[in-house]
Design a protein around this ligand. Structure first.
Ligand code: FAD
Length: 466
């Protein structure tokens, strides 16, 4: 038996949703406890966004070092020490996760190691290896994240790996099959292709990166094919994986034909599912939908009024910045603030080659909703900075409302699209028009000028295009 410990706000899960919620709640004067069964930083910092971006950038550098002859640089004997790449990646993760610990402590958030399980709407049991403790809370924020989906007929094993396995390989595989050409499959596939792995992508949809515009994904597809070691099968169905002595044999069907590929590894990236099944939610009556996502209102409140849910366990795209955004809203709502979710300005980014980024409406979505728009598309190839970076693939497409020029969306394909999209997200958030962007003096020569030019184009007065 143990005495319950009392807290104001109990946060379950210390990913980008939970830790941000905890900090904001503490800033607003709440006594906060955060429970984490794994590592601080969650999927994002430990086995998601950050390590994947580290591997992607190492892959880029390696390829650039080897392949810059077109701009007059020829390097010989460029070598790859993959274990050092991995060690560097780990050091980046470590810096960030220990940073999170420092931030939580600095904000006087109590950190508890263990797994939380609901007993009732004001109580959890927190269990770790050698003990259990009961906590009583006024409000709880659930931020338990998601995990990779396993295809029932293709079980994970030493050779059939998920994204976490792919991020921690100790050697560069000679060949890898990737089942699922979505964001994670394409990002990891690109990284390993750059390290020299022969990649075979099997995607069920008609195109890779389903959900993104074809204009954008076509650029990624072309760049992948140009590498020479990437094979893409779309409208293809993985049928089974057989483990061999030191690899896998993957059977799939494409174009009505059954094919078999042998490889060192099969990476399965077919989506993620919410961690809502082992939390005792049924003890409290928190409502979940048929896919396991928790239903929330505009303030991230579940049907149980003192329990909130954020991040990958609620509907919408699985993105770290969405989780953090919702975390702030939930913490503020608990403090009685009128904060509400507005997803309009949430960017979606793929760290592919070229990078893809989208915020707000696409042309198609605007048309579907009957909004009269102007879509102004300006190419990277007409920008001095893009040319001098030798990165001319791509465009900025600005979607404005025809009646008043209000910026309602933007899509960017191209180098640094991930950073450039922030300006257009700001424009949406602040209710700006194409004219506001056109009037903003952008430094020269910068990629930011492409957004300014797209705005000029929307107004019918572009300078650097006829
Ligand atoms: P998580 O980060 O999943 O954290 C949940 C935490 O809760 C975990 O630490 C878990 O251990 C803990 N937990 C679960 N159950 C319990 C329990 N009962 N008790 C205590 N603790 C518990 N997103 C982007 O925006 N940009 C990217 O570039 C990007 N890249 C990605 C790359 C990969 C390979 C992957 C897999 C994901 C990527 N994502 C990216 C998605 C991003 O990682 C997630 O959207 C984000 O981590 C979700 O945050 P969260 O706080 O909801 O949950």
């Amino acid at each position: 038996g143990d005495f319950p410990i009392e807290t104001d706000t109990l946060v379950i899960g210390a990913g980008p949703g939970g830790y941000v919620a905890a900090i904001r709640a503490a800033q607003l004067g709440q006594k906060v406890t955060i429970v984490e069964k794994g590592s601080l930083g969650g999927v994002c910092l430990n086995v998601g966004c950050i390590p994947s971006k580290a591997l992607i950038s190492a892959g880029h550098r390696y390829v650039e070092a080897k392949e810059s002859e077109d701009i007059g640089i020829k390097a010989e004997n460029v070598t790859l020490d993959f274990s050092k790449v991995q060690a560097w990646k780990e050091s980046v993760v470590k810096k960030l996760t220990s940073g999170v610990e420092g931030l939580l402590k600095g904000n006087k958030v109590e950190i508890v190691k263990g797994e939380a399980y609901f007993v009732d709407r004001n109580t959890v049991r927190i269990i770790n290896e050698n003990s259990a403790q009961t906590y009583k809370f006024k409000n709880a924020i659930i931020a338990t994240g998601s995990r990779p989906i396993e295809i029932p007929s293709i079980k994970f094993s030493e050779r059939v790996i998920d994204s976490t396995g792919a991020l921690s390989l100790q050697e560069v595989p000679k060949k890898m099959v990737i089942i699922g050409g979505g964001v994670i499959g394409i990002e990891l596939g690109t990284a390993y292709a750059n390290f020299g792995t022969e990649i075979v992508i099997i995607e069920g949809d008609k195109e890779i990166l389903p959900g993104f515009e074809k204009q954008m994904t076509a650029l990624v597809k072309r760049a992948l094919k140009k590498k020479g070691n990437v094979e893409i099968h779309t409208s293809a169905l993985a049928k089974g994986v057989e483990e061999t002595k030191d690899g896998v044999k993957v059977t799939f069907e494409a174009k009505g034909k059954e094919q078999v590929v042998e490889a060192d590894y099969c990476l399965v990236t077919v989506g993620r599912k919410p961690n809502t099944d082992e939390l005792g939610l049924e003890q409290v009556g928190v409502e979940i939908d048929e896919k396991g996502y928790i239903k929330i209102d505009k303030q991230c409140r579940t049907n149980i009024s003192n329990i909130y849910a954020i991040g990958d366990i609620v509907p919408g795209p699985s993105l770290a910045h969405k989780a953090s955004y919702e975390g702030k809203i939930a913490a503020e709502a608990i403090s009685g603030k009128p904060s509400e979710i507005d997803y309009n300005g949430i960017p979606v980014i793929v760290f592919s080659e070229p990078e893809l980024a989208s915020v707000g409406y696409t042309e198609q979505q605007a048309k579907d909703e009957g909004i009269d728009i102007v879509a102004a598309k300006f190419p990277f190839a007409a920008n001095g900075r893009a040319l001098s970076l030798n990165a001319t693939d791509g465009f900025v497409k600005l979607i404005t409302r025809k009646e008043d020029g209000l910026v309602i969306g933007a899509q960017i394909a191209g180098v640094s699209a991930s950073d450039m999209i922030a300006e257009l997200g700001l424009a949406i958030e602040a209710g700006m028009t194409a004219e506001d962007i056109a009037l903003t003096i952008h430094g020269h020569p910068t990629l930011g000028e492409i957004a300014m030019e797209a705005a000029e184009l929307a107004l019918g007065t572009p300078i650097h295009i006829i």
